[in-house]
Write a protein that binds this ligand. Structure first.
Ligand code: PMP
Ligand code: GLN
Length: 380
């Protein structure tokens, strides 16, 4: 049969992790930590599994977890979310993103994404009959070109997807960016999808400027996050979406037939941990900044060029001084010949950017792993 997604192959994350395993390379490609999340939280999962919390969670999510999220966004972003009507637990951020897009994008609607764009947006848009409009971020700092965005918006624009901190570049939106965005869409019906899965990984004492901090934007936003990133548990696949009631109502119509609900013991364990350790998220930037700084220090003796990432657990590096290869070939060569796996950046762009020689490393790794990678990379 004719494919509904002719352009889609196997995601680059699976491809590179597989290649890394084949060559026994240090896997700095797919983004996941090689260390464990909080022990107490993992113990609570075991506790709930042993004590009868093994049936369906409520469709909207376990009540204590929704309450803990509402408390957190009030404390951090000054946003009052009704935990019953505006917070939905999903099976990872991926499900939240798919459900939000499916809930509001109709045949022929345009959705703006900024390239390089995380790879799950476009297939969700296309499966719903929408048209994905790719706008390149401006190099070298991966900022939004507001004039270009203004020229792209039309009565057909249904949604803009913003990802801050941004995967793969680590770029973050400033408060001024949020104001500019608000100005551009003020008299329109355009909705926003905020992919904020790295909300708690922002460096150099900078704040995370969530769409939730901006009341005008929050009023038309789906804001998505992932416990996988925050608690080093990407395999649990628990995320959430916060949106005003009318948007949440539509989101839940999709969610209830997509997955219905998310694994119960994980939700209850995360809720317990959030209640007992609200300070955890405040400590996370320092935890990852140490890793960023170590990794950047190790890269100093290589010929990669880079500026330290502002957020996420990814570091982009420019390999122009090392090779003339395109980035996909370079990432493969680096994996198979030099023993360090990375993600090429061009796969996240609709239009190839001439002379862009960038690959992404994930530094959510223990010191030993980072040192081993550093040793191998410093020979380049
Ligand atoms: N958005 C971005 C930008 C991501 O990097 C990721 C995960 N790597 C996701 C969404 C998906 O998160 P989850 O694993 O919770 O589905
Ligand atoms: N988001 C992770 C990354 O950017 C990968 C998630 C996945 O493998 N689907 O590397």
């Amino acid at each position: 049969p004719e494919s509904k997604l002719p352009k889609v192959g196997t995601t680059i994350f699976s491809v590179m992790s597989h290649l890394a395993a084949q060559h026994d390379a240090v896997n700095l490609s797919q983004g996941f930590p090689d260390f464990e999340g909080p022990e107490l939280m993992r113990e609570r999962v075991a506790f709930y599994m042993a004590n009868g919390a093994n049936q369906y969670a409520p469709m909207t999510g376990a009540e204590p977890l929704r309450a803990a999220i509402a408390e957190k966004v009030q404390r951090l972003y000054g946003y009052s979310a009704c935990s019953e009507k505006e917070v939905t637990i999903t099976s990872g951020a991926t499900e939240a993103i798919f459900a939000a897009i499916s809930a509001v994008v109709r045949q022929g609607d345009e959705v703006v994404v900024f390239d390089p764009a995380y790879d799950c947006y476009e297939p969700a848009i296309e499966l719903n009959g929408g048209i994905c409009r790719h706008l390149p971020l401006s190099l070298p700092d991966f900022s939004i070109n507001w004039d270009l965005l203004k020229d792209t918006l039309s009565p057909r624009t249904r949604m803009i997807i913003v990802n801050t901190p941004h995967n793969p570049s680590g770029a973050t939106l400033s408060r001024t960016d949020l104001d500019l965005l608000a100005e551009l869409i003020r008299d329109t019906h355009i909705l926003l999808l905020g992919d904020e899965v790295y909300e708690h990984i922002v460096f150099d004492q900078q704040p995370h400027n969530s769409l939730l901090c901006h009341s005008e934007l929050a009023a038309r936003s789906f804001v998505v996050s992932s416990f996988g990133k925050t608690y080093h548990t990407t395999g649990w696949k628990v995320g959430y979406c916060i949106a005003p009631e009318p948007l949440t109502t539509e989101l839940r119509k999709v969610h209830q037939y997509l997955t219905f609900s998310t694994a119960t013991p994980f939700q209850l364990a995360i809720a317990d941990y959030m209640q007992q350790h609200p300070e955890y998220t405040t400590a996370l930037p320092g935890f990852y900044q140490e890793k960023r700084d170590l990794f950047c220090q190790l890269l100093q003796s290589s010929s990669f060029d880079f500026s330290p990432t502002k957020g996420t657990y990814f570091q982009l590096v420019d390999y122009s001084r090392i090779s003339e290869m395109d980035d996909v070939s370079f990432a493969r060569w680096l994996t198979s010949e030099k023993g360090v796996a990375a993600i090429p950046v061009s796969v996240f762009c609709e239009q190839p950017v001439p002379d862009m020689k960038l690959v992404r490393f994930c530094f959510a790794k223990g010191e030993q792993t980072l040192h081993l990678a550093g040793e191998r990379l410093s020979q380049l």
